[in-house]
Ligand binder design. Structure first.
Ligand SMILES: Cc1cc2nc3c(=O)[nH]c(=O)nc-3n(C[C@H](O)[C@H](O)[C@H](O)COP(=O)(O)OP(=O)(O)OC[C@H]3O[C@@H](n4cnc5c(N)ncnc54)[C@H](O)[C@@H]3O)c2cc1C
Length: 323
């Protein structure tokens, strides 16, 4: 049954972000012939909207005041797009924007929000949202009794549409107006290479490495896979020991990653860690404990001492890459 879907888009350097394009792909299939709207706010929004494959209508405003996200300003504009498009479903990325806008929009509209979803389906016109629960150890599927259904969705939950047309119509949303929040300073976290949330491969080191220096081996695995493909993550235990920066922590209190491949080296697989990576397509463990919890999640695993396994793995990866 057809559904009207509204995607709350985000800009990344003036272009529609990857997660926006993913959500539009998901919205296209969920809509079953209904309309797919996308909101884009900030400098370059109008031109970015033309690349929003899968959207039938774009709701934009190019006001650069929207560039630094402030919830109250965004919420007013988004509420306007909701009023114009009367969506059955509102999809938002599980990002800084989504974490704030999801609950605030649901409160404003008097409806429900499902946060941190990994899949959304249209079950004969009824929206179903699936999200991890019990720290990533199980999945729960929710239905909605109120409309619109609002869901924040993890990155890489949908595949971007390779071809198709952009929005046929564009509607102008109001400018940013006053905000109750003043941004007094911004500090950019420095990190080299791929962000762990974007990397198709994440190689993660845990406390079982035994020392900070061993992270150079984890970095070597990532480098052998390719600087454009792999990023390094760390468990909280390793981060708390000061072995790796907090920006690379995976888990409940760290980043949520959904790569194609997650290689967990000397990581036990505690539920709080798995909450950040259980959505990975393939999990591979290297652990000397054959009872470790990581095996409950891994498709493949090597039981043994990483000190013997990792050098051999690096050698094979280098051979495969022709180095
Ligand atoms: C509220 C809360 C939030 C939390 N948030 C997070 C979070 O965001 N992210 C997170 O990671 N954790 C989080 N934790 C901590 C979590 O519970 C675990 O303590 C942590 O994930 C353990 O990290 P680890 O697997 O690296 O270490 P350990 O549990 O110590 O596991 C080390 C593993 O290495 C293996 N090992 C040891 N030596 C070797 C060797 N030579 N070769 C191969 N394997 C070896 C061991 O068998 C073991 O399985 C949180 C905890 C709480 C209470």
């Amino acid at each position: 049954m057809a559904q009207n879907i509204l995607v709350i888009g985000e800009l990344d350097d003036g272009a529609a972000s990857t997660t926006t394009l993913e959500l539009l792909a998901g919205a296209s299939s969920l809509s079953d012939g209904g309309s797919v709207g996308v909101t884009l706010l900030g400098a370059g929004a109008s031109s970015a909207a033309t690349s929003c494959v899968g959207a039938t209508v774009a709701y934009v405003n190019d006001d650069s005041e929207y560039d630094s996200f402030r919830g109250d300003q965004w919420l007013n504009a988004i509420a306007g797009a909701v009023e114009s498009s009367s969506p059955d479903v509102v999809l938002i990325a599980q990002s800084i924007v989504g974490r704030e806008i999801g609950p605030r929009l649901s409160h404003r509209l008097g409806t429900a929000v499902a946060m941190d979803c990994v899949s959304i389906s249209n079950d004969g016109g009824a929206t179903k949202a699936t999200r991890p629960c019990f720290g990533g150890n199980a999945m729960a599927t929710y239905g909605f009794e109120t409309s619109p259904a609002i869901a924040t969705v993890r990155a890489k939950s949908f595949e971007i549409l390779e071809s198709g047309s952009g929005p046929a119509t564009t509607e102008e949303l109001p400018g940013a107006g006053e905000s109750r929040t003043a941004i007094i300073a911004t500090e950019e976290a420095t990190s080299e290479g791929l962000q762990i949330q974007d990397a198709p491969v994440v190689v993660c080191g845990g406390r079982g490495l035994g020392e900070a220096e061993a992270f150079s081996q984890i970095e070597e695995i990532a480098a052998a896979i390719g600087a454009d493909k792999a990023a390094v993550g760390a468990s909280r235990a390793a981060v708390d020991l000061g072995w790796y920066p907090p920006s690379q922590q995976v888990g409940l209190t760290g980043k949520v990653v959904t790569p194609d491949l997650y290689l967990a080296v000397a990581v036990s697989g505690a539920s709080q860690h798995m909450a950040g990576c259980s959505g990975s397509k393939t999990i591979v463990g290297i652990n000397r404990d054959e009872e470790a919890n990581i095996w409950s999640f891994s498709r493949y695993g090597i039981i043994g001492d990483y000190k013997q396994i990792v050098p051999a793995l690096i050698e094979e990866l280098k051979k495969a890459a022709g180095n």
